[in-house]
Design a protein around this ligand. Structure first.
Ligand code: M6R
Length: 608
């Protein structure tokens, strides 16, 4: 979704803003713009297209002098991507300008109210309403104008605001869209995410909902929506800029796939102590864990797919019923949450609007929420009762890989912990499982090193029209993720089907040469999946199988087999997903797609 960067300080603002926006490209966008105060007035340059266009228009920022400015990459919601709808937006006399990430839900009402008072609109955006509303309330006190606007608007927003009357200040505020501010000896910054400003400072403040920040070159002040001053403590960012750079890899996605052994180790090892699993962040005693009656897992996209795996693993190991919901469904379906239930929300970004809303809905009903979150200090991390971090580090590619792998580990740990305290896993089996978990990083590494074989295979499918993924149980969950990886970055239509369900309709889509990827990692289901493979093969499909080394029988039904090393079947997802990620990646590369920034997608979906 949209990215915001702002700077006020000793240096020329435009190059810093352009650099910051380039670090936010992963969020997805279709246009970009900047507003810079040049000592007399505010100038705006904006354009549809990639950031490169804005860089060329401003010669890397050179043509926009000034020490104070705001910039934006837009992911269109209201109004098509074009120059006019790009941010920043001005009021009529070009003295107030705004950049915005989010959606103003009551913008039509506000637009009408302003139009009745003579305001004229030039764009189709909801954001332009904010510029005129600020104008309407501005009577010489910018803080008052900002807070008055906040009292009027409904929806989500992160805002950067400049007033030509107060050129030594930037105003920033947020509600349900991410925003941080940072400070260095060179100036103060606003940004949608840490990588945008990490080159300049490690000292950041997380802005809470409806807080307002007034930034000056050498200090900043925080206020409530009622203009009361607030004290806030900075957070020091520990991770390095390298973590958000490509480090010689062709794409972030490839780099992040290669980081999976480390991600798995970092998420796993701190929680294994003396042959036991210790998850301090749960803040629950063994008795409380044992007393759980039900778990609800809520998430979106790949995080939801991790949750589907979590259902199989938790139900299998801990024998507790688990319901998994898409957050966008959960929040409106009036879910039945019974006494003794725990809600687990999963999110890489910690900012996904629907997941955040599901969390709030659960809390409002009096249920404790555990967040499995990657981004430290994100909204979900701050609002969940307890947070189990996935230590994947910054994930830049829109298509998740390493964060998904880390989510799986968090879920395995949770399942084993609950299974143990409920007496459902005997100590010997528990120890053996810990041993299997510890082997995963090396096994993942081994599978990644097999990339050439998968690349060759993938090259044959760059022209594919449809690809189907099938599997049963956990293999169905793996198929869901394998299919999403392929379609979101290669734009090839793909569906994941529970293998036994295919013949209830979808099998009619199988034609001569259609690729069907069959995932088969669960020994008790090997034979069943082979039957389904035979069914599609008989209708002309080319069958790729991803299975365990012991399952040689599959070669009779498959045209091409990728083997994964031996592990506990509950953990097979962590291995089987690797060749499928590589497959999706290499098909997309072969097609010449923009792998890290697929069309229409945003890294963190902060609107519903
Ligand atoms: O940040 P989150 O984990 O909450 O994001 C959820 C989905 O938007 C995300 O997993 C999405 O499906 C990715 N494009 C998958 O690669």
């Amino acid at each position: 979704m949209c990215g915001i960067v702002g700077y006020i300080g000793k240096k020329q603002a435009a190059p810093i803003i352009l650099d910051g926006l380039s670090k936010l490209e992963y969020r997805g966008y279709d246009s970009a713009g900047m507003a810079i105060y040049d000592g007399e007035k505010i100038n705006i340059t904006k354009s549809v297209g990639r950031l490169k266009v804005l860089e060329n228009l401003t010669r890397g920022g050179e043509t926009m002098p000034g020490f104070c400015g705001i910039g934006h990459t837009r992911w269109a919601t209201h109004g098509v991507p074009n120059d006019t709808n790009a941010h920043p937006h001005f009021n009529a006399d070009e003295t107030i300008t705004v950049v915005h990430n989010g959606i103003i839900e009551n913008y039509l009402q506000l637009r009408q109210m302003l139009a009745d008072k003579g305001y004229r609109f030039v764009s189709d955006t909801d954001t332009e309403v904010l510029a005129h509303l600020l104008d309407y309330y501005y009577k010489g006190n910018p803080l008052e104008a900002v807070t008055k606007v906040l009292h009027r608007v409904e929806g989500s927003y992160a805002l950067g605001i400049l007033f030509a009357d107060c050129p030594d200040q930037i105003f920033a505020t947020r509600k349900d869209s991410p925003l941080i501010v940072g400070q260095s000896d060179e100036g103060c910054f606003i940004a949608s995410d840490v990588p945008a400003i990490l080159k300049y400072t490690r000292k950041v403040y997380y802005v809470d909902n409806q807080e307002v920040v007034r930034l000056r070159a050498d200090h900043m002040h925080f206020y409530t929506v009622d203009e009361e001053e607030l004290r806030k403590d900075p957070v020091t960012i520990e991770w390095d800029t390298d973590a958000a750079e490509k480090a010689g890899y062709e794409h972030f996605m490839l780099k992040e796939m290669y980081e999976q052994p480390k991600t798995v180790t970092d998420t796993l090892m701190p929680r294994i102590k003396d042959d036991d699993i210790v998850i301090e962040e749960l803040h629950m005693t063994d008795e409380e864990l044992a007393a759980l009656k039900k778990i609800h897992i809520v998430a979106c996209g790949s995080a939801y797919h991790a949750g589907v795996t979590g259902k199989y693993v938790i139900e299998g190991l801990a024998r507790i019923p688990v319901e998994v919901d898409l957050a966008s469904e959960f929040r409106y379906r009036d879910p039945i949450l019974e006494e003794g239930s725990m809600v687990v929300v999963i999110s890489q970004s910690g900012e996904t609007a629907d997941t955040l809303a599901a969390l709030r809905e659960s809390k409002a009903r009096g249920f404790k929420v555990l967040g499995i979150v990657n981004v430290v200090g994100s909204s979900i991390a701050r609002e969940a009762d307890n947070v189990m971090y996935t230590w994947a580090g910054p994930e830049i590619a829109v298509a998740t890989t390493k964060a998904y792998s880390a989510q799986l580990i968090a879920l395995y740990l949770l399942a084993m912990k609950i299974g143990k305290v409920r007496g459902k896993i005997d100590p010997e089996a528990f120890s053996a499982m810990l041993g299997d978990l510890k082997c995963l990083p090396d096994q993942i590494e081994m599978l990644l090193n097999n990339k050439l074989k998968i690349q060759k295979f993938a090259n044959r499918y760059v022209g594919a029209k449809d690809v189907f993924f099938i599997g049963r149980g956990i293999d169905y969950a793996i198929s869901l993720e394998g299919s999403l990886k392929l379609k979101e970055i290669s734009y090839i239509h793909s569906e994941a089907y529970a293998a036994g369900e295919l013949k209830h309709g979808t099998i009619s889509l199988i034609e001569e040469g259609t690729l069907v990827a069959a995932v088969s990692t669960q020994p008790e289901l090997y034979a069943k999946t082979i039957s389904n493979m035979v069914e599609v093969k008989a209708r002309g499909a080319f069958v790729l199988a991803v299975t365990c080394e012991e399952n040689k029988a599959i070669e009779k039904a498959a045209d091409y087999v990728i083997y994964i090393p031996e592990t506990n079947p509950y953990f097979a997802n962590s291995l089987a997903i690797i060749p499928l990620q590589l497959f999706g990646y290499y098909v997309a590369v072969g097609k010449g797609c923009d792998v890290d920034k697929p069309r229409n997608l945003a890294k963190s979906v902060t609107v519903e």
